[in-house]
Design a protein around this ligand. Structure first.
Ligand code: PLP
Length: 345
């Protein structure tokens, strides 16, 4: 891997970050006259911990990785944007992502005016490390992988991911938004042997807390320090930090719900097989299924009329005819299946 100083944009490397009142003060105090807060209306009159240490300690225990390897953001989308801003110089650098995959890599690249090169997955949505490595050039700073992948639902082949980590000399992001639904372990434990790896996870999916906006990036201490240097000083609000602590206290409930969702996923997949307009059901390691229909647009419109909203992926590369269906409660899934059956007759 190139050194971080070689990889970073020069302005970011040389940046002197904003130093907040709560950053500069270390120790015990009972009178806070340092941050121009209103002294009334506790507790939310106070600025939150800018580095979310209590939360990081909890995540550290759950994920078995030191707090210094953890960045917490306003959703994992914040980490995606910060990584591109830290490493990619407009007009010079580029990123590489797979296709089909999560749309935010391209959007964040576009916002930052950085080209996003796409490497097509195979017909069964697998990654070829060789094809990816052929697409990178000397100005490629970040590769974005997503496993389990959205919208295809499958885990990417580990061997191929390791190959990218080994031969790409810059940053490799593995987005694990759906890892809690998968049978395969996280790449977090690979951080210690792969200094170019960044793993993204989120409370938005299995943990059931999309509304609070909390995403996590796991990486080397050096990469995490860069993200902390360029983030907004108070990027995660106090209510979000508090709610996240509560959510993370209940891993058993999360695992129970994941089990139920996976059981429902099997039932939905089996029921879909008996619907004639269904052409293919792709295997899933996530809480959704990608399904190919005879006519995806007509099916999507019909479901909307029935007040059921799914994700039409018909216009996405390699997803022609496909709709992505999130697994809901048993009642919600039945509503979907009944509507699809009615459409037949
Ligand atoms: C849903 C999703 C996320 C989550 O983003 P947040 O900003 O944390 O809500 C990240 N990556 C992928 C691939 C997703 O599907």
């Amino acid at each position: 891997m190139k050194t971080l100083n070689e990889l970073l944009r020069a302005n970011i490397r040389d940046l002197k970050p904003y130093s907040s009142a709560r950053n500069e003060f270390h120790g015990e105090a009972s009178v806070f006259l340092d941050a121009n807060e209103n002294p009334y209306k506790a507790p939310y009159n106070r600025y939150p911990d800018p580095l979310q240490w209590e939360l990081k300690k909890k995540i550290s225990r759950l994920k078995d990785i030191a707090p210094e390897h953890i960045f917490i953001g306003n959703g994992s989308d914040e980490a995606i944007d910060l990584l591109i801003r830290a490493f990619c110089e407009q007009g010079i650098d580029n990123i590489v992502s797979i296709t089909p995959s999560y749309g935010m890599y391209q959007v964040s690249a576009d916002v930052n005016n950085v080209p996003c090169r796409k490497v097509k997955l195979s017909n069964n949505y697998q990654l070829s490390a060789d094809a990816l490595l052929d697409t990178v050039d000397e100005h490629t700073k970040i590769v974005f992988l997503c496993s389990p992948n959205n919208p295809s639902g499958n885990l990417l082949d580990k061997v191929e991911i390791y190959k990218v980590l080994k031969y790409f000399p810059c940053i490799v992001v593995v987005d694990e938004a759906y890892i809690d639904f998968a049978s395969s372990p996280s790449f977090i434990q690979e951080l210690l042997s792969h200094p170019n790896l960044v793993v993204l996870q989120t409370l938005s999916k299995a943990w059931g807390a999309a509304g609070i906006r909390l995403g996590m990036a796991f990486a080397s201490e050096e990469i995490i320090a860069v993200l902390n240097k360029i983030k907004y000083p108070y990027n995660v609000g106090q209510p979000t930090q508090e709610y996240a602590l509560k959510v993370l206290d209940n891993a058993a409930q999360m695992k129970e719900q994941v089990k139920e969702i996976l059981a429902e996923r099997s039932k939905v997949a089996i029921a879909l097989r008996d619907i004639p307009s269904v052409k293919h059901i792709y295997p899933s390691d996530a809480n959704f299924i990608l399904v190919k229909f005879e006519d995806a647009n007509a099916t999507y419109q019909y479901l909307i009329e029935k007040k059921v909203v799914v994700r039409n992926r018909n216009s996405i590369t390699l997803c022609e005819g496909c709709i992505r269906i999130t697994i809901g409660t048993p009642v919600e899934n039945q509503t979907l299946l009944c509507a699809l059956k009615e459409m037949q007759s």
